[in-house]
Design a protein around this ligand. Structure first.
Ligand SMILES: Cc1cc2nc3c(=O)[nH]c(=O)nc-3n(C[C@H](O)[C@H](O)[C@H](O)COP(=O)(O)OP(=O)(O)OC[C@H]3O[C@@H](n4cnc5c(N)ncnc54)[C@H](O)[C@@H]3O)c2cc1C
Length: 297
């Protein structure tokens, strides 16, 4: 835990562009650094009048090769924090092992933003509407946080479901870097779907997004996970709906009750994109579609 006072201002006083994880961790060890990945969130938030001041040092992590790449080892898939949304959309391993991630990347922003924006940045920005978070939650993903402690790199794994504490807030300490995201390769019987709403299929902050994963055995569902975006202070799991659906066979009544409970699990607000009422309505529509295996949005 880092307890030193931080320095916040409109412009950083120091700049570093490390090329290894260790260098980066040493650079942020005093907890008084702002981390720059793709910059697609940060640039807007730190401009004059924006909601985030810079800390003393700006640490650009984009040169760190060790934060890139998607791989698989011992049945676990690993995605580096600097993997871009475009990389996710095009990655062959993910297309086979977890196609919901390329599918989500296809609904994300524009080509330019996908080329710059990273999955680590999407998670650390901790927006309740962060698109990559929704499918990663139903895949039971964990994030690896790394810090420089007692002269060595120390890492801890945090389940994504425990990472967010509020809008823009997480359990990550200021001296920690998110280094990668890991999850078990889904079983062949696993079915996972994702739907995002908005007036357009991409280039749109979600009004509501939803993902559902489950093992389907002759229409009987187990290991059910439902995640909802843009309907609460963080992306959230619809735990009452999940508990109800576990072990059930899909039929019209089960679908309707799951959808109703998922809407109850959420706490949407009225804002410029939609009313809370409309968001609850969309949750029900999307959960029904996902259960009926129609995730075309
Ligand atoms: C026009 C536009 C459209 C957009 N559309 C979408 C959309 O459709 N869906 C969506 O979800 N988002 C969207 N976004 C938001 C943004 O593009 C994404 O959240 C993107 O993934 C952020 O990644 P980044 O690498 O640019 O993060 P940055 O801006 O570099 O960083 C974001 C935050 O995370 C921190 N951070 C970054 N990487 C790390 C790390 N490895 N360890 C610790 N902290 C880190 C930074 O310090 C900062 O606080 C959009 C943004 C714009 C400008």
């Amino acid at each position: 835990m880092v307890s030193q006072a931080t320095t916040e201002s409109q412009t950083p006083q120091e700049y570093a562009a490390p090329s290894t994880i260790e260098e980066a961790l040493r650079s942020i060890a005093d907890g008084d650094a702002t981390i720059l990945a793709g910059g697609t969130d940060l640039m807007l938030q730190t401009k004059p009048g924006g909601r985030l001041p810079y800390r003393r040092k700006l640490v650009n992590i984009r040169r760190i090769a060790g934060l890139r790449g998607v791989g698989e080892k011992d049945g676990r898939i690993s995605i580096g924090a600097l993997v871009t949304i475009t990389d996710i959309a095009n990655n062959e391993l993910l297309k086979t092992a977890a196609p919901v991630l390329p599918q989500t990347a296809d609904c994300f922003a524009s080509g330019q933003i996908r080329n710059m924006g990273t999955v680590g940045g999407n998670i650390c920005n901790a927006s309740p509407a962060g698109d990559m978070i929704v499918p990663l939650l139903v895949l039971d993903a964990e994030v690896e946080l790394s810090a420089w402690a007692k002269g060595a790199v120390a890492t801890r794994l945090v389940p994504l479901s425990k990472f967010f504490t509020g809008p823009g807030r997480t359990v990550k300490q200021p001296n920690e870097l998110l280094t990668r995201i890991v999850f078990a390769r889904p079983d062949k019987k696993y079915s996972v779907g994702y739907i995002k709403s908005g007036p357009r299929p991409a280039l749109e902050i979600s009004t509501v997004s939803a993902a559902l994963s489950a093992i389907r055995d002759n229409d009987k569902l187990s290991s059910v996970r439902i995640a909802l975006g843009a309907v609460g202070p963080t992306v959230l799991r619809a735990v009452k709906a999940e508990a109800y659906l576990e072990g059930k066979t899909v039929n019209a009544q089960v679908v309707a009750e799951t959808a109703r409970l998922a809407a109850e699990d959420a706490s949407p607000i009225d804002d410029v994109r939609a009313t809370a009422w409309y968001r609850r309505h969309l949750i029900q529509v999307y959960v029904k579609r996902l259960l009926e295996n129609d995730s075309q949005g």
